[in-house]
Design a protein around this ligand. Structure first.
Ligand SMILES: [Zn+2]
Length: 246
């Protein structure tokens, strides 16, 4: 006689530890102090485990992490949205405690109205501009690979957030040790890492020189896009480009 428990969420008969319908864990144990303590340590530990696995694997085998996400596997690694939230958090701390440059770029919010600036903090503004731009770069560069737009956006989000966190922390440490390194270097390093890692995702061949060629192609298309955006902006409103070094 197999005693099936009922899931308290979806009323499915459950055998084993997890409801196969909604995923709830059914321990069958009443609440005790010991359980709460165990849960607390487990909670802290599992966040750390997931965070470390995501970062470590994005560093050494980014393709596996991202393809795993494309294939619909969840909850082992951080999701792209969770990574982005983490990046906003880290950049937010940097803006409050270190300086206002975001990845070496001083984001000019003059063109943004007061009402809008409630929603658009400089870091949100920066990410809102950069994410679509980089996604267009990878979409054009790897057009032949026939990945869909969502695959480009999610992989760029993953790697963008990853490098935003790493470079922000790294550059702040560098600044702490060396005094005041050229902050534009942070942006160059960030885009370089981002392009190399997206090349690692989208390059079919594993040959290193293929990855180098694709990194350069991405960089070229990135510059081309920036130049055309600046050109368009200038065409409609020449005064908008009055970014004279303040
Ligand atoms: Zn259930």
């Amino acid at each position: 006689m197999n005693k099936a428990k009922k899931c308290s969420i979806c009323q499915t008969d459950v055998i084993g530890l997890y409801c196969y319908n909604c995923g709830q864990k059914i321990t069958g144990r009443r609440l005790r102090f010991k359980e709460v303590l165990a849960e607390l340590t487990e909670g802290i530990f599992s966040i750390e485990k997931s965070l470390i696995a995501t970062f470590y694997h994005l560093l050494i085998k980014p393709k596996q992490v991202i393809e795993n996400y494309w294939e619909g596997n969840r909850n082992y690694y951080y999701s792209p949205v969770k990574m982005l939230t983490l990046a906003l958090f880290v950049i937010g701390i940097h803006v409050v405690f270190v300086n206002k440059d975001i990845l070496g770029v001083s984001v000019n919010m003059n063109g943004v109205s007061k009402e809008m600036s409630v929603i658009f903090s400089p870091q949100v503004f920066f990410i809102t501009l950069m994410l679509p731009l980089i996604s267009v770069v990878t979409y054009i560069t790897y057009f032949k690979q026939k990945h869909n737009v969502l695959e480009h956006i999610t992989s760029v989000t993953y790697l963008f957030a990853f490098w935003a966190v790493v470079i922000t922390i790294f550059w702040d440490l560098l600044e702490f040790v060396l005094g005041d390194p050229d902050s534009l270097g942070a942006f160059v390093l960030f885009t370089l890492c981002l392009f190399i890692w997206t090349a690692r995702i989208f390059t079919r061949s594993v040959k290193w020189y293929r990855i180098v060629i694709n990194t350069l192609a991405e960089f070229f298309i990135f510059c081309l896009l920036i130049a055309s955006l600046v050109g368009i902006l200038y065409f409609f409103d020449p005064s908008a480009l009055d970014v004279s070094a303040s």
